[in-house]
Design a protein. Structure first.
Length: 327
């Protein structure tokens, strides 16, 4: 997928570049830049197998796909809503963007899109062939997406992916197990979860049961990341939340090569490491930070932190703030 940064262009070239870019990446037949004099756009694209995770920072646009596109790969885009004012219309169904809510558009089919700008929203683009869903299931799911029982799980999955990709590379590779490593490939995990989201929203019970089984690993991942600070997080609570046995939980994780306890500890250590190095962490005691990240024993936390980062939590806190706290 082409990537555009209009900062590299002369001001008089930016509007035309944006129009050309959106025709290529959004299949748009008609693009109107709302304020050509101040137009800007930057796209960041992460390719995850068949899936593309796209971050779009741009000024206001009106776009239309006026016909069924048989000259492109049929695909859907699932967007995590921001606070910007925007709305989309497809087949008479109008969606107004809401912060934190995931909505979907069938990119290759007729639709319109209007927005006053995008402050850096994220979306996943997935080809229909990867989803293995009937076209009518995808179409039925679109207006019901916000009511899907997996809406919150999917939104959290997107936030987790984008948070990790936005971190500096040195921080990401410092973790023993990242989100992508947990799910073997984040693109496969995203596809499985998208298949479950759409089939449940569409009311396709047979496909939903199959998709829920396939998406168990990424759903467990989301649950663990949401409850990292809970000292009661355990194999039994994770299994109960997903209506499976502890034995099945360990079996699924073993097949993915994931040691549960190690992964949870590594993620908690990473969270504590970030907090101790932040502006707020400067004013907190190491014990308070350790307890806040689910460690019952400050001594155990300190030992694991030393083994993981090569220095004590106190040493890291002093070092981080001697160079200025991270915000």
């Amino acid at each position: 997928m082409p990537v555009l940064d209009t900062d590299a262009l002369a001001p008089h070239e930016r509007s035309e570049a944006i129009v050309t870019h959106m025709r290529e990446v959004a299949y748009a037949s008609h693009v109107v830049v709302l304020d050509p004099a101040t137009a800007f756009m930057r796209t960041d694209v992460h390719t995850l197998g068949d899936v593309r995770l796209v971050r779009l920072h741009r000024s206001g646009l009106h776009m239309e796909v006026t016909r069924e596109r048989d000259d492109v790969v049929p695909a859907v885009a699932l967007t995590l809503g921001t606070a910007a004012r925007a709305h989309w219309e497809q087949f008479g169904h109008v969606v107004r963007q809401r912060r934190g809510v995931v909505e979907m558009m069938e990119l290759h089919r007729p639709h319109t899109s209007n927005s006053e700008g995008n402050p850096g929203g994220w979306s996943l683009t997935i080809p229909l062939t990867a989803l293995r869903l009937p076209a009518q299931t995808v179409t039925r799911a679109r207006p019901a997406l916000a009511r899907s029982p997996l809406q919150a799980v999917y939104a959290q999955h997107l936030r987790a992916l984008t948070r990790r990709l936005a971190e500096p590379a040195t921080d990401r590779t410092g973790h023993a197990l990242t989100v992508g490593q947990l799910s073997a490939a984040p693109g496969l995990a995203s596809t499985a979860l998208t298949r479950a989201l759409l089939s449940t929203a569409a009311g396709d019970q047979r496909t939903a049961r199959e998709a829920l089984r396939e998406s168990l690993l990424p759903r467990v991942e989301v649950f663990v990341l949401r409850h990292l600070r809970d000292p009661g997080l355990s194999p039994s609570t994770i299994a109960a939340a997903h209506h499976i046995s502890v034995r099945l939980l360990y079996l699924v994780l073993a097949e993915a090569g994931v040691p549960l306890e190690q992964w949870v500890i590594e993620e908690r250590l990473a969270g504590a490491h970030r907090e101790l190095g932040s502006a707020a962490g400067r004013r907190r005691s190491v014990t308070a930070v350790a307890m806040g990240w689910g460690f019952a024993s400050p001594a155990h936390f300190s030992r694991r932190f030393l083994r993981r980062y090569g220095m004590t939590p106190q040493e890291w806190q002093r070092l981080a703030h001697s160079h200025g706290p991270r915000t």
